[in-house]
Ligand binder design. Structure first.
Ligand code: GP9
Length: 428
């Protein structure tokens, strides 16, 4: 990386930032409840199987007092679920070396939870698996999460698949929430919809058509429907305990559940969606921000990714953030989406509001694929070169900041600070 590259990046970023801040501070001072859902993809939202809605609770939520980001994309690398946490909380890319939660465990970080903590919030995370999974126990304090409630802290309860069932996780968490000083930031990592999507029969609510019975799609949709039902139960509990009205509830998907590279999965998904199951569908996860009491019902179509979560939330919560200190952008204040995709396996891939570009496995630009989102028509690859370069540059710069433990400085001084460092290096 040279200072010349960084300057070029600034130019692009400047053009993508709007001057006026819509929705700034709309949720200031509210409790924040974030549910990071295992493997949920956006195609399940407002979609039916055999005449039944897959996610009736989420669909209702979207219709009332919510902002729904329907063109939102996963950006995880080796750390999968934990990378989603890392990106969403920091506004930086995941490590493309060892997974971020290991690689950056000794860093100093400015994150969504730490920023809220410095404004007087209590911060807590709930996860129904072991505390050492993905090194969470060591990095959560670094990220400003004060209490981490993991499997051994919960009472013995229902276990499904990878850990405590989603229903049990939500139910048991209520006692902690009731005791927490408010406002609080409460972060949930669900696991029941984890591959291979095992669910006891008594919880299977969807009647699947014969052609999908016992396919991966059947199992997947059943666990997603279970999650949806449990979110409904959780919302009722929050209301009963008087915690709903003064909270915002945020729900998003961590990463894909169904891999298009698996032939059978691809076949069944393409049949179900009645169009080719490709990267556009696979990487698309939902983001819903539910704001009880706010007269708002909005679908954001701008393309965004997990890297945009921190700036978007910071705006809603009225947290002052330098616009030039992160790679993501506030999705409520831009019409110019850009998301770098698959940073570890196909770096340079990206999606913007017009097109998607997928870098070839052999790393040769000319062998890559790109198409227009509206028509599916192939795009001239030269039209993708600028986005490709931007994606690569953002990933390398982010890695540079994290490797050199510069996150706090960059948050304070902006990426301009990086430019100065690199200029010095160029001069040497
Ligand atoms: C376990 C859970 C699953 O802690 O977060 O992680 P994944 O295997 O999906 O990365």
């Amino acid at each position: 990386i040279t200072s010349h590259h960084v300057e070029a990046l600034f130019e692009i970023m400047e053009n993508t930032t709007n001057e006026k801040k819509n929705y700034f501070g709309l949720a200031r001072g509210k409790n924040v409840i974030v549910i990071q859902v295992e493997s949920i993809q956006n195609f399940v939202v407002n979609n039916k199987v055999n005449g039944q809605y897959i996610t009736p609770v989420l669909n209702e939520l979207i219709k009332n007092n919510s902002i729904y980001f329907s063109n939102y994309f996963e950006q995880v690398a080796w750390g999968n679920t934990s990378d989603c946490e890392f990106i969403s909380h920091t506004g930086f890319y995941p490590s493309i070396g060892v997974y971020s939660y290991k690689n950056y465990e000794n860093n100093e970080l400015i994150t969504l939870p730490s920023s809220l903590q410095s404004k007087g919030y209590s911060t807590i995370a709930f996860h129904g698996n072991y505390r050492y999974f993905w090194n969470r126990e060591n990095i959560y304090p670094v990220k400003g999460i004060q209490w981490f409630i993991a499997l051994d802290d919960f009472d013995e309860g229902e276990v499904i698949g990878l850990g405590l069932s989603d229903g049990e996780l939500f139910r048991q968490s209520i006692d902690y929430l009731k005791e927490l000083p408010q406002p609080f930031y409460s972060f949930y990592i669900t696991v029941t919809s984890h591959h291979p999507y095992y669910l006891p029969d008594e919880y299977k609510e969807l009647k699947m058509p014969e052609e999908y019975q016992d396919t991966v799609l059947d199992n997947y949709l059943q666990t997603i429907r279970y999650l949806d039902t449990q979110i409904g139960v959780f919302l009722d509990l929050l209301k009963k305990e008087g915690l709903y009205d003064n909270s915002i509830i945020v729900i998003y998907g961590d990463h894909k559940g169904l891999d298009m590279r698996d032939e059978k999965t691809n076949e069944v998904l393409s049949a179900f969606l009645q169009k080719p199951y490709n990267e556009r569908e696979m990487y698309n996860v939902p983001l819903i921000i539910h704001l009880p009491g706010e007269d708002i019902q909005k679908e954001v179509l701008t393309v965004g990714g997990q890297i945009d979560f921190f700036p978007t939330m910071a705006n809603l919560l009225g947290l002052p953030l330098r616009e030039d200190s992160l790679f993501g952008q506030d999705l409520l204040n831009t019409n110019n989406g850009f998301v770098s995709l698959a940073p570890h396996v196909a770096p340079g891939s990206f999606i913007d509001d017009e097109k998607i570009f997928i870098m070839a496995n052999d790393g040769i630009f000319e062998n890559s694929r790109g198409w227009y989102l509206a028509t599916g028509e192939a795009v001239d690859l030269e039209k993708c070169r600028a986005g490709f370069e931007r994606a690569l540059l953002e990933i390398s710069l982010s890695e540079y900041v994290m490797k050199n433990n510069l996150n706090v400085e960059v948050n304070k001084r902006g990426l301009q600070y990086l430019l100065e460092i690199l200029e010095d290096a160029d001069g040497e």
